[in-house]
Design a protein around this ligand. Structure first.
Ligand SMILES: [Zn+2]
Length: 366
């Protein structure tokens, strides 16, 4: 409870016993709604295209009971067993302060659920300075340095964001399970040892979770192992699918035809089956390789049992009609980093903050 209302009761508590009982009853009701400790901020966000969510304490009774059906690759919509955001460790629940919005940026629209899009978090190797410009550019385009990643996570924490998973978004749309006041989804593509060695401890230190979109090719190539993927899942993270062979299936451009329906099906079902069998939870979300999708691919993704799919079109607002075209905020490894080698960053994170306000793809010269 906020301090001021408690103080208001103190001088006359003898005559306000009934009011206190009412307050306690309200608190008990809030607890049974299975929300984390009351954030003190606004209630769950109301996405424009979803059914209305109630106020903070009006949680759906389904919040703690969505065990899901049997995870198979049947053409129906099996919901993977999911702990949901409500059971993730969330120190944010005791951190009600939300910083004011910067006045020089667009207001964050109602219903915004930013989905941040990363690949790998690692510091450049010692030999980085001797690399060719091309090789450096490849690193810069793909990797985020740990200092910047840590600062971004801290910014999210300090500004009242709660990490959720794509399945929580689907649960909100499909069953009205409320979202936290400021939801954000962290996603990682492809598959790297760094996810366990670097990213996981940084997330856990802040009570955060992420969706890791694994391509089976990363496992066969030795970039990540099944035990590592299992470790991520056991820590409450989501494991999404990102193809078997990391092939772009649609939107290839230059007049090239999309993959055949058979190839699409083999990639999206093959990845889902293998992950489900190794992890014990069948993926409910996938990320399109290269971001490419088509109506035919979306239909197959839905038929395969996924409840969301992430594209790479920019935006911070999601919608149920675009659940197989989730928008992203691309985090540039160059964002706010003045020196990649030393990991020197602008502590105010102006570019990251602008991205979180929907201002996309500001690319400085370095
Ligand atoms: Zn990829």
């Amino acid at each position: 409870m906020p301090g001021p209302s408690r103080k208001a009761f103190l001088p006359s508590k003898g005559t306000q016993a009934v009011a206190w009982i009412a307050v306690l009853a309200l608190l008990a009701a809030a607890c049974t709604a299975h929300r984390p400790a009351s954030p003190g901020g606004p209630g769950p966000v109301a996405l424009a295209s979803a059914s209305a969510a109630g106020s903070g304490a009006a949680g759906s009774g389904a919040a703690g009971s969505h065990t899901g059906s049997s995870p198979t690759a049947s053409p129906s919509h099996p919901a993977s067993p999911s702990p949901g955001f409500t059971t993730a460790p969330s120190p944010l629940g005791s951190s009600p302060s939300v910083a004011p919005e910067p006045s020089n940026l667009p207001a964050i629209p109602p219903g915004a659920v930013p989905i941040l899009y990363y690949h790998r978090v690692q510091a450049p190797p010692a030999a980085y300075e001797s690399w060719s410009k091309t090789r450096k550019a490849a690193f810069i385009d793909y990797d985020v340095v740990p200092n910047a990643f840590a600062a971004q996570l801290d910014w999210l924490f300090d500004h009242g964001y709660t990490t959720i998973l794509p399945r929580d978004l689907a649960a909100y749309w499909d069953r009205g399970v409320p979202l936290p006041a400021r939801p954000v989804i962290l996603t990682f593509d492809d598959g790297w040892h760094d996810w366990v060695g670097t990213v996981l401890p940084m997330l856990q230190a802040r009570g955060m979770i992420a969706e890791f979109y694994v391509t089976l090719g990363a496992i066969s190539d030795g970039n990540i192992s099944w035990p590592e993927v299992q470790t991520l899942a056991a820590a409450g993270n989501g494991i999404g699918a990102h193809d078997v062979h990391h092939v772009q299936l649609a939107e290839l451009g230059k007049g090239r035809p999309d993959a055949s329906a058979a190839t699409m099906w083999a990639e999206i079902v093959g990845a889902r089956q293998a992950i489900g069998q190794h992890v014990g939870i069948y993926p409910d979300s996938m990320a399109y390789v290269g971001g490419g999708f088509s109506p035919a691919l979306e239909a197959l993704v839905q038929e395969a049992g996924y409840t969301t799919a992430r594209a790479i079109r920019r935006g911070i607002v999601q919608g149920i009609a675009l659940r197989y075209q989730l928008h992203v905020v691309r985090i540039g490894p160059y964002d706010d980093v003045s020196d990649v080698l030393t990991g020197t960053i602008d502590p105010n994170l102006p570019i990251f903050v602008a991205r979180m306000h929907g201002v996309s793809d500001q690319r400085p010269s370095n």
